[in-house]
Design a protein around this ligand. Structure first.
Ligand code: ADP
Length: 424
């Protein structure tokens, strides 16, 4: 395709007879998990990896080396594809604005939507202006603003760096304004939020096509460990149908209001009286939607590709009454292969997903999913597999402990929802 060729706008396009080529910026596990569905749908996919050993780079047939924050690398990828999408939200929006203005490639989600997943201050401002439920929040530009937030909140606030945070990095509970002075100096501005006394965290996934078609997934319950997603139950237990639908409508409305294309995850806090507040947004497949790969008619990775390729969306129906996903976070085993083998042998019903990453304590290395009827039993099975995989198979004299967890419905790892203090 020559550089100065202008593609017709979306509405003028003739129905495509060849599949759109998709470029994914970033080569983490999310890009990796798009590869299977891309093959199944015969969508050519190229990943932009910053290093050859990245999770998707070791698995993809088409890899370009370059960083997401190198405009030339992003543009070079864009030149080769019809649709640009993302493994993460950190591509500077300026690059994407320029690509969008040139019209050679479809950027999905577009920069105007994506900025809400990049910048928590922008997200809070937009969602509040649109009337979507958020925790009380303050834009902190100096120590005096933070002092005021602490006064108005009558207690500690949760302070967040607007950009670049992930897995709890960039989130801090602050009791005295000086506790965030270093961040203020570093970032220039911060987001402060009321510390929500949530009883649990929920997440709602929705896919949206460029023309506006949406497909919502069942709302799920998620548990974080040290700020990292650890456990997901789909659908969220004890969430009545009316609340399910209300939250699904909220997620679809946010997708529509922000003009998201692709998967949107809306992370939420639920409080004791059933109130739901938006925590944050992700515009890509999300950890709280991994269960859908094995337990929904259309998994979120396939759905993301369908949405960004402007293909009809697939059914989000569950294939079983309940699904549980548990993350495999680096533990004591130096490699996961022997533990994964033991887990598969112990329970043929579990689905094991490994991301091809080297082991580091706490690092997201994979996940397991179990589908069935009873969330308590499914959690026990998933955690048993998790323990075998991340800590390695036990010697015969200690295996009994893991078995107990299955038969008792208990769990060697604490699986109750964490309080905010434990989570942060
Ligand atoms: P990240 O972008 O790193 O995922 P989040 O904003 O999602 O950061 O915060 C990480 C975790 O911190 C959340 O999952 C939640 O458990 C806790 N948390 C964040 N904001 C608040 C808040 N306003 N009140 C209480 N807990 C919070």
């Amino acid at each position: 395709m020559s550089d100065d060729l202008q593609l017709p706008t979306e509405d003028q396009r003739a129905p495509q007879t060849v599949p759109p080529r998709i470029g994914v910026v970033g080569a983490g596990q999310l890009a990796r998990m798009m590869l299977g569905p891309a093959i199944e749908l015969d969508l050519p996919l190229i990943v932009l990896a910053s290093a050859e050993q990245e999770s998707a780079a070791v698995a993809a047939s088409e890899v370009r080396l370059g960083r997401h924050d190198d405009e030339t690398a992003v543009r070079d990828l864009a030149r080769e594809v019809d649709v640009l999408t993302f493994d993460h939200e950190h591509v500077p929006t300026g690059y994407l604005e320029r690509l969008k203005a040139e019209g050679r490639v479809q950027v999905r989600p577009g920069p105007g939507a994506l900025v809400n997943a990049q910048d928590k201050l922008v997200m809070r401002r937009h969602l509040s202006d649109l009337g979507h439920p958020c925790p009380r929040w303050w834009h902190v530009k100096d120590i005096a603003d933070l002092e005021q937030a602490l006064r108005e909140n009558s207690g500690p606030v949760v302070v967040k760096t607007p950009r670049g945070g992930y897995d709890g990095h960039g989130v801090r509970i602050v009791e005295r304004a000086e506790d965030a002075a270093d961040w203020l100096e570093q970032h220039g501005e911060l987001l402060a939020e009321q510390k929500v006394p949530f009883t649990r965290e929920l997440s709602a996934q929705v896919a949206r096509r460029p023309g506006g078609q949406t497909a919502t997934y069942p709302v799920v319950q998620s548990v974080q460990r040290d700020g990292v997603c650890y456990e997901v139950v789909a659908p969220a237990p004890d969430l009545d149908e009316a609340a399910q639908h209300r939250i699904q409508r909220l997620a679809a409305a946010i997708a529509e209001d922000l003009g998201v294309t692709g998967m949107l995850a809306v992370e939420l806090f639920e409080t004791a009286d059933g109130t739901v507040l938006v925590n944050e947004l992700a515009m890509r497949p999300h950890n709280t939607g991994h269960w859908s790969m094995d337990a929904a008619v259309t998994g979120q990775f396939e759905q993301h590709l369908r949405a960004v390729a402007d293909l009809p969306l697939g059914s989000t129906n569950l294939l079983a009454p309940c699904a549980v996903m548990v993350n495999l976070l680096g533990g004591s085993a130096p490699e996961l292969v022997s533990g994964a083998r033991a887990a598969m042998e112990a329970d043929p019903g579990i689905k094991v997903h490994l991301y091809g990453k080297s082991v580091r304590p706490g690092r997201k290395l994979g996940h397991v999913t179990v589908v069935g009827e009873d969330p308590v039993q499914l959690l026990a099975r998933a955690h048993r597999a998790e323990e075998l995989i991340v800590d390695g198979p036990k010697s015969p004299d200690t295996t009994g402990r893991a078995d107990e967890a299955v038969t008792s419905g208990g769990h060697p790892n604490p699986d109750r929802p964490r309080t905010p203090e434990e989570t942060l």
